[in-house]
Design a protein around this ligand. Structure first.
Ligand SMILES: [Fe+2]
Length: 244
C-alpha cells in the first residue's frame, strides 16, 4: 500500500515545471546491485551479517524467507545505493553518507513483524491492512534502537515514510522536522518503487522514474534535495536554505 500510495501520488503531475535535463542523474548505480564498493568492506560485511541474522529470525518465526526475504534484500540494497548516491551529490559528510547507506540497507527491517499475507499482497490494501503495514517503521525503530551497532539508524528508519508536506507517517512530521537522512532515504525508496514498475533498469527507465520523483518535490519530497541531486551549485547553498 505504501508503494501504491507513492505511485498514485507520483502519477499526478504537481508542482512547477522542472527542467528534466537538469534533474536526471547522469549515471546509474552499480548494475550488479551489490554493495557499494566505495563503502568500507567491513561495513558491508556487517550489514550482510545483520541481514543474515534477520533472515534467521524470520525463519525462526516460520515466515518463509524464500517468499519474503530476497525481494526485500534486493530492494534494500538498491535503496542503499541510491541513498548513498544522493548523499554524495549533497556532499554530506562521509560519516553521515555511510549512516544513510546503512539505514537504507535496513530501513524496512520492521516488516519482520508483518504477516506474510500482507507482505505478499499485491492488490489494494484495506484500511486495516494499511494500518498494519504502517507499523513497520515503528517496529524498525524499536529493533534498530535496541542494539548498539544500529541504534544510530533508528530515527532514520522511523521517519522514512514521513512526507515533506506533513502527510506521511508515523508522526506527520513536516519539512525540516524530518531528519535529513530520512528525507534522502524517502527519495531513494520511492525511486526504486517507481523503477520496479518499469521494464528493465536502463537509463531511459531511470530518467522516467526520476521525472516522477521531481513531480513530487515539495509535496512528498524535500525539493532542495531533489534539486541538489543534479545541481551542484544548489548543494553548497543547502545549509543557507535551511535544508541541511
Ligand atoms: Fe518502508
Amino acid at each position: 500500500m505504501i508503494l501504491r500510495r507513492q505511485e498514485k501520488a507520483m502519477s499526478t503531475p504537481h508542482g512547477s515545471p522542472r527542467n528534466e535535463q537538469e534533474h536526471v542523474p547522469e549515471t546509474l548505480p552499480n548494475q550488479s546491485w551489490g554493495e557499494d564498493p566505495s563503502v568500507d568492506p567491513a561495513v558491508n560485511e556487517h550489514l550482510r551479517s545483520l541481514v543474515g541474522a534477520t533472515q534467521r529470525l524470520w525463519k525462526a518465526l516460520k515466515i518463509s524467507p524464500r517468499t519474503c526475504i530476497p525481494g526485500n534484500v534486493r530492494h534494500s540494497k538498491r535503496v542503499a545505493l541510491f541513498s548513498l548516491r544522493i548523499a554524495r551529490d549533497l556532499k554530506l559528510s562521509e560519516e553521515l553518507s555511510q549512516r544513510i547507506y546503512r539505514a537504507a540497507y535496513l530501513h524496512d527491517v520492521g516488516k519482520i513483524a508483518l504477516s506474510p499475507t500482507i507482505l505478499r499482497k499485491t492488490g489494494r490494501f484495506t484500511a486495516e491492512e494499511r494500518r498494519a503495514m504502517q507499523v513497520h517503521s515503528l517496529i524498525g525503530h524499536q529493533l534498530l534502537g535496541a542494539f548498539l551497532p544500529t541504534e544510530d539508524l533508528a530515527e532514520i528508519a522511523l521517519s522514512h515514510h514521513e512526507r515533506y508536506d506533513g502527510d506521511g507517517y508515523p508522526n506527520g512530521l513536516q519539512g525540516g522536522r524530518i531528519p535529513l537522512a530520512a528525507r534522502v532515504l524517502a527519495i531513494a525508496d520511492s525511486l526504486d518503487a517507481v523503477l520496479s514498475r518499469h521494464t528493465g533498469r536502463n537509463t531511459i527507465a531511470f530518467a522516467a522514474a526520476w521525472r516522477e520523483i521531481t513531480q513530487q518535490a515539495g509535496r512528498q519530497f524535500d525539493p532542495c534535495i531533489v534539486d541538489a541531486v543534479t545541481r551542484p551549485g544548489m548543494v553548497a547553498r543547502l545549509g543557507r536554505l535551511g535544508c541541511a
